[in-house]
Design a protein around this ligand. Structure first.
Ligand SMILES: [Zn+2]
Length: 453
């Protein structure tokens, strides 16, 4: 009986070696589409660690949970990597327009991350609506000093690439405060960079220029932005009151969470797959980016569970503090450099976890041509986009060391309905779509490693 079992297991191992790449992909996809541990991991991160701002207790719980999940997924080694992070806390916040003609209008506003606060008394001032920094220049200091600048340029809905639409509007959020402060403005209100026409505000980071102490910066929901603009047309002399009692605190420490499967043939070469564990304070951060973390954990589980022994060492990394100052990615690359690790490739999933479309690669020439040929393996799964492009902000520091960057590309048309808002919940993720992504990522890493791409 014992002999028989040994013979069977030998036969099975020979059989698994004899599996074609197509068969390996089939088994990875079938596993991803039927196993439920990813759903539980996503549920936990969304519901039990909501608002995972770096340095928060929620973030600490997420670190602890994902370390455990990586062990359960089958990682050989799991460890934490210390990361210095900024601390910022939202306070009481509100906004309203006050017009002697029209009355009062409640505005749905929220502080931008790392913004200075207004204090508990808030700021009440006249308001100037603009669509660009050039308009500020035209209006000049006389028209702007002591007033609140209202940036109301919407995302361009005609752009098919939703990220291009976002990029076209987000400079108002990132640099608008410092641009307006240069003309003596008292505060800024920024239209949320989203394609959605709803009443959620979409926060994100504000970056003050060097030497600028900063003026308070808030975002406003699209619905409130349209109402405010309409009221301004009818009463240009109205004033707005903003209360945003947020504050910056001294830096603290948090962690990247890393799980590794040691390579069978080239253990000193590494392939990293990651997402970021932190989220904005007002959201479950399901698509951004609990889903990307869950997919990275799934990669470990799917390789293990389908007996794919990677030739190179493969790591799943939950990066900390992508949203505010991206120190997690920097620490990871610094450590890699210090330890003399050769990082062969790195993939980031941080564009939401809707259905997979394909991958982008930083490679050029023959390497890119060979990577594009992988498309044939993914045709049965309707994954077709294999093009040159970037990876993501957490793996970019590795890119500076020469590591090939891979971006995971899902269908992003809905992404900015959720991004950085309270609307980014567990319920907005379709498990099947997320898991098609987990399988696609795992399959791609398997093939890149197998064929030395
Ligand atoms: Zn993100």
């Amino acid at each position: 009986m014992k002999f028989f079992l040994v013979a069977v297991s030998l036969l099975l191992s020979v059989f698994s070696f004899a599996q074609t790449p197509d068969e390996v992909l089939r088994s990875i996809f079938s596993d991803a589409l039927t196993d439920r541990s990813a759903e539980e991991n996503l549920r936990y991160l969304c519901k039990e660690t909501k608002g995972r701002l770096p340095g928060s207790e929620a973030a600490a719980r997420a670190v602890e949970y994902t370390a455990r999940a990586l062990r359960e997924a089958g990682a050989d080694t799991v460890w934490l990597q210390e990361v210095r992070v900024p601390r910022w806390e939202r306070g009481r916040e509100s906004g309203k327009a006050i017009s002697s003609v029209l009355g009062e209008l409640k505005l749905n506003v929220g502080a931008l991350g790392l913004s200075v606060g207004t204090g508990t008394d808030g700021i009440t001032a006249g308001i100037v609506e603009v669509n660009s920094f050039e308009e500020l220049e035209k209006i000049g200091r006389e028209g702007l000093e002591g007033r609140i600048v209202f940036y109301n340029r919407p995302v361009d809905n005609t752009l098919l690439n939703s990220f291009a639409g976002y990029s076209g509007a987000v400079n108002q959020r990132i640099s608008g405060a410092s641009e307006a402060a240069a003309y003596g403005a008292a505060a800024v209100i920024v239209r949320s960079p989203t394609h959605a026409e709803h009443d959620y505000f979409h926060t994100g980071v504000v970056r003050y220029y060097e030497g600028d102490h900063g003026i308070p910066a808030v975002v406003i929901s699209p619905v409130s932005a349209d109402q405010l603009s309409d009221w301004l047309d009818r009463d240009p002399d109205l004033s707005v009151e903003i209360i945003s009692d947020c504050r910056n605190l001294p830096d603290t420490f948090s962690y990247n969470v890393i799980g590794e499967i040691r390579g069978s043939e080239l253990p000193d070469e590494y392939i990293t797959v990651g997402g970021h564990l932190d989220s904005w304070d007002i959201t479950e951060g399901a698509h951004d980016d609990a889903g990307g973390c869950v997919q990275s954990i799934e990669m470990i589980r799917l390789l293990r569970n389908n007996s794919v022994r990677p030739r190179r060492s493969v790591r799943a990394v939950m990066f900390m503090n992508e949203e505010m100052t991206s120190t997690g990615g920097k620490v990871y690359a610094l450590e890699a450099e210090k330890n003399g690790e050769k990082h062969y490739a790195a993939l980031e999933s941080d564009r939401g976890v809707t259905s997979p479309v394909g991958f982008t690669f930083s490679a050029t020439g023959e390497r890119l041509a060979a990577l594009k040929e992988l498309e044939q393996f993914f045709r049965p799964y309707n994954i077709y986009y294999f093009e040159r492009g970037g990876g993501g902000s957490d793996i970019a520091p590795l890119g500076a060391l020469g590591t090939m960057q891979i971006g995971y590309i899902p269908d992003t048309q809905r992404y900015f309905w959720y991004h950085h808002s309270a609307n980014d919940t567990f319920e907005q993720v379709n498990l099947r779509e997320m898991q098609l992504g987990s399988a696609a990522i795992t399959s791609l890493i398997y093939l890149v490693d197998l064929f030395d791409l």
